[in-house]
Design a protein. Sequence first.
Length: 148
Amino acid sequence: MDISALPKEASPPVVGTGQTGMAGEHFVTGELLRRGWLAAMVYGNSPRLDILASKADRTIQIQVKTRTAGSKGDTALAQDKFAPNIYYIIVDLMPESANYYIVPGKILDGFYYRSPCGIRGRIPARQLARFKSRWDLLEQDPETPAAS
């Protein structure tokens, strides 16, 4: 069968934010497993935590924030979901792939925007480039800000 004659999907289907978030969590879990981590999704049972991951004698907590292709603004992160001991992975879902930005909470604390109302917060998009595909940060001591 010649698949070149089959019509190509013009664009990915529109999905809700819940589906987008869950897709990002699955992508990150799969990538962690591929990189030798044991990873388990928490499935909404913890307000700050999406994934628990372990490698050798190290266990980390991860919060995943997912954006769809074309999202260029800051990433929302409610202030009650921010903690310096958590790793934040921002996923940009593209039609055929994903980009990952791995930011330790202790480093994020230095540029995370907190609104004066004490509720809203955001991760500035202009700060993310240096964290693209920095999976190595998950294996470093969180006290050492190695992301330059």
